[in-house]
Write a protein that binds this ligand. Structure first.
Ligand code: HEC
Ligand code: HEC
Ligand code: HEC
Ligand code: HEC
Ligand code: HEC
Length: 287
């Protein structure tokens, strides 16, 4: 029988089979990425009525999460700041900025600013911030580098499989409680040396001695008093003994050279984290 395909065609076929197998992961990854971005609105910044920037407020000015999200330690929900929280600084700072017009209008009228939600689980899912904070799950682990986000976006999908990945093996993620707020924290790091150290909640209404130098020039807010008290009272942040206890706690927790897994397993015992069986039980999140 006459040869229909030349021997070289054979080589081509082989090449194209090998080629398409090699291309599969690429195609898969691309489809996955499209699904992630469009399916879960993941990594897409959400527009807001005021161009509020976490990068400015957390990254540059070092304001603690708890100053604005006041219920995150005690409550199910983290809570959103009322307008008077913004005005505690902005009645003096940037008080004529057009960017802040909506904030001033809301303050005068008493109508709250309607922030658009970024994270929103379906109603049939139970979630609670305070338990995660108590057991050493960092804000960063779920919300990413908030201190680097000019506009907020989701850093993770918030799907069931994402929740379960951690509930099966929380040791991969746990950190000392004192470092829950700290952005850029890594095992072996003192909680207060991260990029946004959590000092401000302990000294409400005040800016930290900003690393940018910009905040240090600001007048109005009781920044000067704060710095004076810092210098007079030594480390820790003035009036409160809480802040120094916090820092101390971290030092005790610090074991140089410990890997994330070693640390995670240790904290899992110390914080009495429930077993994977209980944490993956359907009734934990669907009640
Ligand atoms: C100066 C006040 C302020 C501080 C400090 C602050 N936030 Fe926010 N946060 C806001 C405001 C206002 C919004 C709503 C606008 C937006 O989504 O950006 C918000 C929104 C968020 C959202 C999205 C909420 C949603 O709709 O799902 C997350 C997550 C968040 N903040 C986490 C943090 C974390 C983590 C920190 C500390 C590292 C922090 N924030 C510090 C004011 C603040
Ligand atoms: C602890 C003090 C403090 C609080 C509280 C605070 N801000 Fe600010 N805000 C600042 C500082 C300081 C800047 C300048 C930031 C920079 O450029 O690094 C700023 C800048 C801004 C700007 C940009 C202004 C411009 O003209 O560029 C907006 C908008 C803003 N803040 C909105 C808010 C809103 C909304 C809230 C309440 C949810 C809030 N801020 C709470 C200190 C604060
Ligand atoms: C285990 C993951 C996880 C951790 C840790 C976490 N969050 Fe959240 N956060 C979520 C989820 C999920 C939602 C959406 C909740 C919903 O839709 O009911 C959310 C919502 C929010 C919101 C919107 C308001 C609300 O409560 O629904 C803010 C603000 C927020 N988180 C701030 C923080 C801060 C600050 C921290 C650190 C103290 C933190 N989160 C830690 C998962 C987490
Ligand atoms: C990075 C790790 C991590 C992620 C991600 C995570 N969790 Fe958790 N979750 C924990 C830990 C640790 C506990 C504490 C378990 C314990 O109490 O011992 C917990 C506890 C819980 C509890 C028990 C609360 C209670 O009061 O009984 C619920 C409900 C829960 N998580 C829901 C969720 C949901 C829903 C998601 C996803 C949107 C999620 N978690 C994502 C680590 C995580
Ligand atoms: C750690 C928390 C958690 C646990 C445990 C959990 N779920 Fe879910 N579940 C979720 C979240 C979060 C969603 C919403 C996912 C989304 O919005 O994409 C969800 C969604 C669902 C849905 C809706 C369909 C879907 O996939 O979106 C079903 C059905 C469901 N879960 C069943 C179960 C069953 C059955 C179990 C026990 C084997 C279970 N879940 C355990 C967190 C959990």
């Amino acid at each position: 029988m006459a040869q229909i395909f030349s021997p070289s065609a054979n080589v081509l076929t082989k090449l194209s089979i090998v080629g398409s197998i090699a291309a599969l992961p690429v195609l898969g990854t691309a489809m996955y990425a499209v699904n992630m971005v469009y399916g879960y609105k993941y990594y897409i910044p959400v527009e807001q009525p005021v161009q509020f920037s976490h990068k400015h407020h957390v990254g540059d000015d070092g304001i603690d999460c708890r100053y604005c999200h006041t219920s995150v330690e005690k409550g199910k929900s983290a809570g959103m700041p009322p307008t008077h929280t913004c005005m505690s600084c902005h009645s003096a700072l940037w008080s004529d900025s057009p960017e802040l017009q909506t904030v001033r209008a809301s303050y005068i009228s008493g109508q709250p600013i309607r922030w658009n939600r970024v994270h929103d689980l379906p109603d049939f899912v139970y979630f609670n911030h305070s338990i995660h904070v108590k057991k050493g799950v960092g804000c960063e682990t779920c919300h990413g580098r908030v201190d680097e986000k000019p506009l907020m976006y989701k850093s993770h999908t918030m799907t069931m499989s994402w929740c379960l990945d951690c509930h099966r093996q929380p040791e991969k993620y746990l950190r000392p409680r004192e470092a829950v707020w700290t952005m850029g924290w890594k095992p072996g790091m003192d909680a207060s040396t991260g990029d946004a150290a959590g000092i401000l909640a302990l000294e409400p209404k005040l800016l930290s001695e900003s690393r940018t130098g910009r905040a240090a020039n600001l007048e109005g807010v009781e920044l000067k008093q704060y710095i004076e008290r810092q210098e007079a009272g030594g480390a820790g942040g003035g009036s409160g003994s809480e802040s120094s206890t916090g820092a101390q706690g971290t030092k005790d927790n610090l074991k140089p050279g410990e890997t994330q897994l070693q640390l995670g397993l240790r904290l899992k015992r110390e914080y009495h984290v429930r077993s994977a069986r209980e944490m993956t039980d359907c009734g934990t999140c669907h009640r």
